[in-house]
Design a protein around this ligand. Structure first.
Ligand SMILES: [Zn+2]
Length: 394
């Protein structure tokens, strides 16, 4: 008796269809597209890891689209387009507004996973920040992952496997994204966003290959100015007063950024909520159920602002560290590209001002501040301690 092997389809691969914008990730694309082509390589739970900006959630959406698409990820059809814009009926994309994903939300997902797809080929549940699952929330998902439902696929995204609770990890197939090369990010900005080559190269390098940040640097002069101000802090701290001022400046950069991007969005969300509740927007006082819904929304918006401000500070510290890293490269005379080649004069000045040991201590101080802020120390406090450690010798 012979068992017939499942059919292997011909589907879009590296650089094609839904994978087109996933630059510098050939290994991951190969694994994911093979799973689309060959049912024997498919599994019900995937863990996509990669550093911020490497394209984790983009990879998850591409994979989801390829699963739904009759051609295995053409990138053009209705299934592909609705998956990418988040409106596909069978693709649920969970992106955290708060700092954590709570058990209630996880239970809802586990329940949704039980039902078969309504219009598509698969029910796909994408959790963009699976590292933000609380332990209880992860437990609630565990059962769903342990007992696969035939046409349901879980895509969990996180910075690294260590960020995921081990029981979930062991039930998922792991696909690792890498930091894409600067050239690949620059090429994407030119092709997809119409940025000119010189600007794209500067932005990709300055963003250290973080695709989203590179795009913003390329298109927003304000972002370029703020980044430059952050870098130049390294040369400005000569005394205690300078250190405290530098810390306050760093903290205010974060506030500026979060204010600029959240005000309008918050107002829109509130208007939409009032509309959904059928509330009279011209009324001076609202009935209790409307007030309580508004309170809840405002609480979520505040949590989101806190998280965003923290991310912005973290990004500024990554930028600042690149200045010391470049100074180190200059001191060692190594033929490695500078992240901040556009301000090589200032980099050399920093390299002359500090010994290699002092450069290392500066990098340590920045790393410590990042850890403290991640561990909920008030940013200004952590930044002050860091800036004092960054004081240039007289
Ligand atoms: Zn398609």
């Amino acid at each position: 008796m012979s068992v017939q092997a499942p059919e292997v389809r011909s589907v879009p691969g590296i650089g094609e269809g839904v994978w087109r914008d996933l630059v510098g990730q050939d290994d991951a694309v190969r694994t994911l597209s093979e799973a689309i082509a060959d049912p024997r390589r498919m599994t019900h739970a995937w863990l996509l890891t990669g550093p911020p900006g490497s394209g984790r959630s983009n990879a998850a959406r591409a994979f989801a689209a390829a699963l739904e698409c009759p051609q295995g990820g053409c990138g053009e059809c209705r299934e592909c387009r609705t998956t990418f814009d988040g409106s596909h009926a069978d693709v649920q994309i969970v992106s955290t507004k708060g700092l954590t994903i709570q058990v209630r939300e996880a239970r809802d997902l586990a329940l949704a996973a039980q039902s078969s797809p309504s219009v598509g080929r698969w029910r796909v549940i994408v959790i963009e920040d699976a590292d933000r699952l609380t332990e209880r929330a992860a437990d609630a998902l565990l059962k769903a992952l342990e007992e696969p439902v035939p046409r349901t696929v879980w895509l969990l995204c996180a910075p690294s496997v260590e960020d995921i609770i081990v029981t979930l990890r062991s039930r998922s197939r792991h696909v690792r994204l890498r930091i894409p090369p600067v050239e690949a990010v620059a090429e994407l900005l030119v092709r997809r966003d119409g940025v000119d080559v010189a600007m794209a190269t500067y932005a990709a390098r300055a963003a250290q290959s973080h695709i989203g940040i590179a795009r913003r640097l390329a298109r927003d002069e304000g972002a370029r100015i703020r980044r430059r101000e952050t870098l130049l802090l390294a040369l400005s701290i000569r005394g205690l007063g300078d250190a405290l001022k530098a810390a306050a400046d760093l903290a205010s950069i974060a506030e500026d950024e979060s204010g600029a991007s959240s005000g309008e969005r918050n107002a829109q969300e509130k208007a939409k909520l009032l509309e959904q509740l059928g509330a009279d927007t011209s009324a001076r006082t609202q009935p209790p159920h409307v007030r309580s819904a508004i309170n809840q929304l405002e609480k979520e918006q505040k949590t989101r602002a806190t998280r965003f401000a923290r991310d912005v500070v973290d990004r500024a510290l990554i930028d600042l560290a690149s200045m010391y890293r470049d100074a180190m490269v200059v001191r060692w005379g190594k033929p490695v590209d500078l992240v901040n080649a556009d301000i090589v004069g200032e980099v050399e000045q920093l390299a002359r001002a500090l010994t290699p040991e002092q450069l290392l201590l500066a990098l340590d101080a920045i790393a410590t501040a990042r850890e403290r802020i991640a561990a909920n120390v008030p940013p200004l406090l952590a930044l002050e301690a860091m800036c004092i450690a960054l004081k240039l010798p007289l």
